[in-house]
Design a binder for this molecule. Sequence first.
Ligand code: ARG
Length: 261
Amino acid sequence: MKRNFLSIYFIIIIAFLAGCGAVEEKSSSDTGSDSSGKKLIMATSADYPPYEFVDTAKGGDVVGFDIDVANHIAKELGYEIEIKDMDFNGLIPALDSGKADFVIAGMTPNEERKKTVDFSDEYYAAQQLIVTKDKSIKSIEDLEGKTLGVQLASIQEKEADKLLKEHNFEVVQRNKVTELVQEMKSNRVDAAIIEDAVAYEFLKKNKELSSFALPNTDAAGSAIAFPKDSELTSKFNKELKKMKEDGTLDKLVEKWFGVKK
Ligand code: ARG
């Protein structure tokens, strides 16, 4: 009898220890995910080759210049990145609501956006083009009575509004640049304002489209956006500076834009 009691105690103790072991195991895997808690949520709008786009050949991965820049910086800082792809007009709200740690999307740091988010230093600059399928559109004047497409919540939308002060056409907004291109190809939109590098990507694949420069616009830089007062801003800036100095950024520019800037 005594022996039986002893063995029951023994079993209970073993079971207890095993239980502890299980708990311990669980908590150690928790710490494991803590260290990968060094993960950053990066939001982008992957309608923007060569900055960011969905590579169907690569199983639908989001790839591009911005993605390489972000991955390089994150790696240097010891973070992993999780990409959230969304419409451009959802990016700043995603930062505001804490759904993303940073945004990289060829985004131009303008005064209006600076009221709600912080920006890194600029890492690339672009010019604006008018893209069209309509051979009769060769200048802004030719847009008279036509439809001009822009991406919703972009600086291109602002440019179109400025032009409206002196010209008479209809501005149409779309969530994605890819939609704008589609609509031009099927004659539902006459022309669109698109940044040079992005326009060239679409022109290469759609020979029926052509382009000309939008006059009187300043170069628009791209910068990474963060929630206000994020401690990441200065960390990212340090890495960007290194990338500019050691030629990493130039290499990525060459890889994705095929030119040295
Ligand atoms: N540079 C422009 C802006 O900041 C357009 C950026 C659009 N980016 C994109 N991934 N669709 O408004």
